[in-house]
Structure formats: structure tokens, C-alpha cells
Design a protein around this ligand. Structure first.
Ligand code: SAH
Length: 463
């Protein structure tokens, strides 16, 4: 280890920055954020540093560095030299060595008592990355990766946990017990609730867990459910959040349309249960699935319910969520890319376009028994791009319904099979030939029907 990573409290401490340029201003910014009293010695200030001055964040001594210039200053705790004058940097360094003040000469590791790492700021949580001065660019690349990995609201989580530290200490006297409590809590959706700023919901989970410890004498696993949208097929279309919760789960319940690669991404020891509905005779009833989730969660399991596309678009996610609410089971819903968005983009056209369509309708081609049918009269007049889910079997009815209410038979239509997967097949036809094309091409599910002028954009985008 070249350097000792250490976080220093510099609140209300005098710190000195030599130089008025952009690099000096960036360093000043960090010292300001950490609450230091910052003095800048420079003959002139560039824009960024002027900004600090005009906001009252720094004190400016208009001067070049010299031992004499230091005479009027409160001795600083830390010094940064960021000038483009080699002689000045050297002079600062030697002065600080003599006075035993830690100094950092920007970009010159040999003249640094300390270095400033690249940081990911999720205050109060800070992650520091350093390559020991070997490659600031590498440190920044690493920082960028961490930025993507750690949700922006992570600071809220750290804040909340900090607030409850004492209360948990008062409730659970043993160190081991407290450790178990926090580990269980921080391995649940408590994190996601806090990160999203749903602080009250997070506090409910925390309090529930504390109550359990009081009643049981120990922390029990948090039983909960994650309704996760797995996207339309391409496993890369799952969200970061979906992946994070999936990898937290003890049991995975997955549908037929969920990519096998996504099911694979769960923890190795997680139990995987297929609840797809292949045909009338071998289906797991919806009610059974919902009850299974409730039972598992009550056993203290974290259950990931993976659904194709988005859980709340023709996914019956809300029905499952309702039963969870009735049973007092905490749950998270993670939206996914719905088939309409995924399939159209991968097929090469948008769903809206200023020239062709200002609105979109998502329609189920397979109505629940007894429910009202599709309002073809309204649709035909709407100018919407129409996306029919589960519409293959009823394609003839859809076609007739729309034509009957005055739509042009030449309106472009697209049939997208297994969209976003390597086996994606796109067939472009017209509304007038929709049903016959489906028959001739032996179209197989899952397939999406899209009707609308916007499909014409595909020609422009094809290379
Ligand atoms: N919740 C899902 C939809 C479930 S309904 C979502 O948001 O996408 C199932 C229907 O979605 C299928 O009958 C089909 O019409 C459509 N669908 C889902 N994935 C598809 C895919 N990869 N390609 C084409 N259509 C798909």
C-alpha cells in the first residue's frame, strides 16, 4: 500500500490553495464541501475560482506565493499548490516541508505528502479511489463504474441507518445480535425503499424487524416479494434494480416469457420455480402463484417474481400485489421494458414520431371472459399507433374491427415474433392483409401486432 486511506475532519480548519485556475478551483471545491476555511493565493482568478469567490466560499489574497505572503495568514492545516509555474510549486513544497505542513502539488506525486482520491459522493457515504498517483484516468474510469453501480440516493440510506443506530443499540444489547439485525435488514428491499426516498416505507420495515427481534429474541429473515419486469427477451434489457433484487432473492418464480439467461443470474443456491402457463391443461393457476408467494414470504423467504416485459402491463402484477397487501407482505415493483417498446425499437421503428403519430395505444387482443370488447370505433379514429398484445388468434377480428370503422386497408402493420431475441422475425404488411399474412407465415407466439403510419419510419432507419 503506497498511501494510507484516511478521511480527515477539516471542518472550520484553515486550508490554503495556491493558484487561481481550473485545477485549483476543483481542489478548492472539495475543501469547501468538507467545511474548511479556504484561502486562495493567486495573482488572478479564472472563472471557476471567481465563482467560489462571488459565493463567499473562499478568501482571496491577490498575490504570488512567497514566504512573506504567508506571514499574514493563519497557519494552514493543509496546502495545495496548483499553479503552472514550476518554481512556485517547488517553493511552496519546500516552505511546507520546513513548516511541517502536509502539502499536495497537483499532478506531481513526488511532491505530495497526501493525495486526493477520485470520489463517488453519496454523502454521508463517500467512496474513494486511488491508483497511488499512477493513473488519474484509471481512477476516474473506476469511479465512473462505481457511479453507475451505486444508486444516486444511497446517501439517504446511510443517513437513515445512522439515525437509527442508537435506537437499535438500545433495543438489541448484544453486538452479535445487532450485527445480525443490520445484515438481514441491509439484505432486503429496505435499501431500495430508502434509496428512492420512500423513507417512511423503509422505516416501517425497520420497525417491523425490530419488533420481531423483541418478540423472538433474534433477527429473523425479512420475508418479502419483488415483482420484477424482466423485459421482452434480450436479457440485457433488464434494469439494474431488477438485477439487484433478483440476486437478493431466495426463491425465483418465473414465467414462460422470461429469458433463461435472466433466471440464471439469480444466486446459485436460490430455488427456481417455473410458473409458466403453457396450455389450458398444464397451467399453474394465477391464484396458486399468488398464494405461493404469500406462503413463501411468510416463511421469511425473499421471493423474486420474474415477469416478461413490465409487470403492470398485461402482466397481472397488480392482482398479485393486491394479495400481498392483504397479507401484510412488504413488496417492491420493478418496472421493465414492455414488449411494445422493446419490439418496435429492435424492429427498427419508433412508436411515436412528430410526422406520423402523437399517441400510442396498448391493447390486449385477448379479452377476459365477460369483459367488454375492444372499442374499434374509437381506435380507428384516434390516429394512435396501436400495439396489440396476445393478438395473433384474434387477428382477423382486429383487422375487421378497424376496417369496419373506416381505417385505410393500406395502413402499415408489423408482426414481430420473439422480439429482441436472436430469433426475432419482423414481417411488414398492411392492415388489409394482416390476418392472411399471419396465416401464411405460420406466426407463432409470443408475437406483437403493431398498426400505424409510424412503421413507415423503418425505411428511413434501415441501413
Ligand atoms: N407484461 C408483458 C406482456 C405480457 S402479455 C409486457 O409488458 O411485455 C404477453 C404478450 O406480450 C404476448 O402474447 C405478446 O403479444 C407480447 N410479447 C411479450 N414478449 C414478446 C416478444 N419478445 N416478442 C413479441 N411479443 C411479445
Amino acid at each position: 500500500m503506497d498511501y494510507l486511506p484516511i478521511f480527515v475532519n477539516i471542518k472550520d480548519q484553515h486550508c490554503l490553495i495556491i493558484g487561481g485556475g481550473a485545477v485549483a478551483a476543483r481542489k478548492a471545491d472539495l475543501f469547501i464541501k468538507a467545511g474548511a476555511i479556504v484561502t486562495v493565493i493567486a495573482p488572478e482568478l479564472k472563472t471557476e475560482m471567481k465563482f467560489h469567490l462571488s459565493h463567499g466560499k473562499i478568501v482571496w489574497q491577490m498575490d504570488t506565493f512567497s514566504v512573506e505572503a504567508m506571514a499574514n495568514l493563519t497557519p494552514p492545516k493543509y496546502v495545495i499548490s496548483a499553479t503552472d509555474d514550476e518554481a512556485v510549486n517547488q517553493a511552496v513544497y519546500h516552505y511546507c516541508q520546513l513548516q511541517k505542513i502536509p502539502v499536495n502539488v497537483a499532478d506531481q506525486t513526488a511532491y505530495c505528502d497526501f493525495i486526493l482520491p477520485a470520489i463517488v459522493d453519496r454523502s454521508p457515504m463517500i467512496i474513494a479511489v486511488s491508483t497511488g498517483g499512477r493513473s488519474p484516468v484509471l481512477a476516474r474510469v473506476m469511479k465512473a463504474r462505481l457511479e453507475a453501480l451505486i444508486p444516486a440516493g444511497f446517501g439517504r440510506l446511510a443517513e437513515l441507518v445512522g439515525r437509527y443506530r442508537q435506537k437499535v443499540k438500545d433495543t438489541i444489547s448484544h453486538l452479535d445480535g445487532r450485527k445480525a439485525f443490520w445484515e438481514k435488514l441491509l439484505d432486503s428491499s429496505f435499501i431500495d425503499k430508502a434509496v428512492q426516498g420512500r423513507i417512511e416505507a423503509a422505516e416501517v420495515v425497520l420497525q417491523q424487524q425490530l419488533d420481531t427481534v423483541k418478540a423472538e429474541g433474534q433477527a429473523l429473515p425479512v420475508g418479502e416479494v419483488y415483482l420484477i419486469g424482466a423485459g421482452p427477451g434480450d436479457p440485457d434489457l433488464m434494469t439494474f434494480k431488477g438485477l439487484r433484487l433478483l440476486q437478493q432473492a431466495d426463491v425465483i418464480l418465473y414465467d414462460r416469457l422470461v429469458a433463461p439467461e435472466i433466471v440464471e443470474m439469480a444466486r446459485r443456491e436460490a430455488e427456481r420455480i417455473y410458473v409458466g402457463k403453457k396450455d389450458k391443461w398444464h397451467k399453474v393457476q394465477q391464484i396458486d402463484i399468488s398464494q405461493m408467494m404469500v406462503d413463501l414470504a411468510k416463511q421469511g423467504k425473499r421471493v423474486a417474481r420474474l415477469k416478461g416485459g413490465d409487470p403492470y402491463i398485461f402482466g397481472r402484477g397488480a392482482e398479485e400485489a393486491e394479495l400481498l397487501v392483504k397479507n401484510g407482505i412488504p413488496f417492491e415493483v420493478v418496472p421493465g421494458i414492455t414488449a411494445a417498446a422493446g419490439c418496435s425499437a429492435y424492429a427498427g421503428f419508433p412508436l411515436t414520431h412528430r410526422e406520423f403519430s402523437q399517441s400510442v395505444s396498448l391493447i390486449t387482443g385477448h379479452q377476459q371472459a365477460g369483459a367488454e370488447g375492444v372499442d374499434y370505433a374509437r381506435l380507428a379514429q384516434s390516429g394512435d399507433t396501436m400495439v396489440f398484445y396476445m393478438g395473433i388468434k384474434n387477428a382477423a377480428k382486429i383487422q375487421a374491427g378497424l376496417l369496419e370503422h373506416g381505417m385505410d386497408a393500406m395502413t402499415p402493420a408489423a408482426i414481430i415474433e420473439k422480439g429482441t431475441t436472436p430469433e426475432q422475425k419482423v414481417t411488414i404488411t398492411t392492415l388489409g392483409k394482416l390476418a392472411i399474412t399471419i396465416e401464411d407465415n405460420l406466426v407463432k407466439p409470443p408475437a406483437l401486432l403493431i398498426v400505424g403510419e409510424v412503421i413507415k419510419v423503418r425505411e428511413r432507419l434501415l441501413k
